[in-house]
Design a protein around this ligand. Structure first.
Ligand code: ADP
Length: 400
């Protein structure tokens, strides 16, 4: 198990002339965890988040970062804020400079990076969030989703270990929200600890490793999402609702259906429950196959031709760069979120699919499909498009 990166010990905080917003909270967060603080408006989520990078100091109790109590002198806070990046709910409050470049450069410049280092940090951060070429744009002319990405790039440019997002999808449309949640997944996959606050149960439930339910400045429950949201009583008490898939699972159980395996967090999990329930052996069918294409390789240029030779194949893209590559190559995408699960669902129906993704995510596709195979006993063939540019159509090579 990873070591603890953030810890609160019986912390309390009252705003000047306000009510006590944090009323004796203790918890810990481990490195590389995905944590969702979930609760209704006024529960104390934002207040708690701002304690993670020292913006608010508890009146009593202790906040620790990397096992050391947070110090509130200016140099210590500077170091802390380099390691714990904070993305505000409203990007208009975070973006301050007249151009995207200047805004993203603000953090690294403040940290004393040299000019070439600042340039490199900004280029990398903008690439990460899919905003290459936006350097000279004035932020106020960007869409809500783009502004959010600028704010995230500004934080990423300092290469923090922990990223804290206050209501990351607020104000975004469903597709913009999916893109942001996927970006958070990508960052987590690269080793960052991600903490979000939200009142959206459906958003937190499939995403988080652990959910912390809050109400009136206190923690009501803290566990893996299946357990944290699994008790309708405490969920109601927190003014929240039980996630739909979990509720459906509970209702089926109440009706005497014996459901084996884990509680469903995704549609794929639910399908697995249902297939088992009706003893419908999916393994007797021909399964579709999943092809993975690494868009970081030159061979991406051959993709349109490959796709034209595989008409009707479902195409999904995972990650900002993969989606951008699809856009540049005018490739129609059927899936842009929960891509691996959706392709497994297709495979179970006997349909083939292709996943465009980046170098760092290829392994993740293999691991997820392999894990599904182990859980369900269903083997889904997975291949990758060859890496050799002169052999654009060669496939059926497993990754080493
Ligand atoms: P959440 O993020 O869960 O909506 P907040 O942390 O914003 O909750 O608020 C927790 C409590 O603190 C609420 O009662 C809110 O009214 C109060 N509060 C938040 N910000 C301030 C402030 N600047 N001054 C006084 N009270 C505040």
């Amino acid at each position: 198990m990873s070591s603890i990166i953030l810890e609160a010990r019986d912390i309390r905080y009252r705003y000047p002339r306000g009510l006590e917003a944090i009323c004796g909270i203790s918890f810990h967060i481990r490195k590389k965890e995905k944590i969702a603080l979930v609760g209704p408006n006024g529960a104390g989520k934002s207040t708690l988040l701002t304690m993670f990078n020292g913006m608010i100091r508890p009146d009593s109790g202790l906040m620790l970062f990397d096992n050391l109590p947070i110090q509130y002198d200016t140099p210590s806070l500077r170091m802390l804020r380099k390691r714990v990046g904070f993305v505000l709910q409203n990007p208009d409050r975070q973006i301050i400079a007249p151009t995207v470049y200047q805004d993203v450069a603000f953090g690294p410049t403040n940290l004393g990076y040299s000019e070439p280092e600042v340039k490199e940090a900004v280029t990398q951060a903008l690439r990460h969030v899919g905003l290459e070429g936006f350097e000279r744009r004035p932020p106020h002319q960007l869409s809500g989703g783009e502004k959010k990405r600028v704010a995230i790039a500004g934080v990423l440019a300092m290469d923090p270990d922990v990223l804290v997002f206050d209501e990351p999808t607020s104000g975004l449309d469903p597709s913009g929200s999916e893109d942001i949640m996927e970006l958070l997944d990508e960052l987590n996959h690269e080793g960052k600890t991600i903490i979000i606050s939200t009142h959206d149960v459906e958003l937190a439930y499939p995403w988080a490793d652990r959910a912390i339910l809050m109400l009136n400045g206190k923690i009501l429950k803290e566990d893996i999402p299946e357990v944290a949201f699994g008790n309708p009583e405490s969920v109601r008490k927190a003014h929240l609702s039980v996630p739909t898939l979990l509720e459906l699972h509970m209702e089926l159980q109440k009706r005497g259906f014996l459901l084996h395996g884990k509680k469903p967090r995704t549609v794929l999990d639910m399908m697995q429950c249902i297939e088992t329930l009706f003893e419908k052996s999916v393994s007797k069918k021909r399964h579709g196959m999943i092809t993975v294409c690494n868009v970081d390789l030159k061979t991406r240029e051959n993709l349109p031709k490959w796709l034209s030779e595989h008409t009707g194949i479902c195409t999904g893209a995972m990650g900002t760069r993969a989606k951008q590559c699809a856009e540049n190559l005018k490739i129609h995408l059927d899936f842009t979120y929960s891509v691996i699960d959706k392709c497994i669902l297709k495979a179970l129906l006997g349909e083939d699919s292709v996943i465009l993704t980046t170098e760092s995510m290829v392994k993740r596709v293999y691991l997820r499909v392999e894990a599904y195979g182990l859980e369900s006993g269903v083997h889904i063939p997975i291949y990758h498009i060859s890496t050799a540019p002169e052999e654009p159509n060669e496939k059926n090579k497993s990754l080493p």
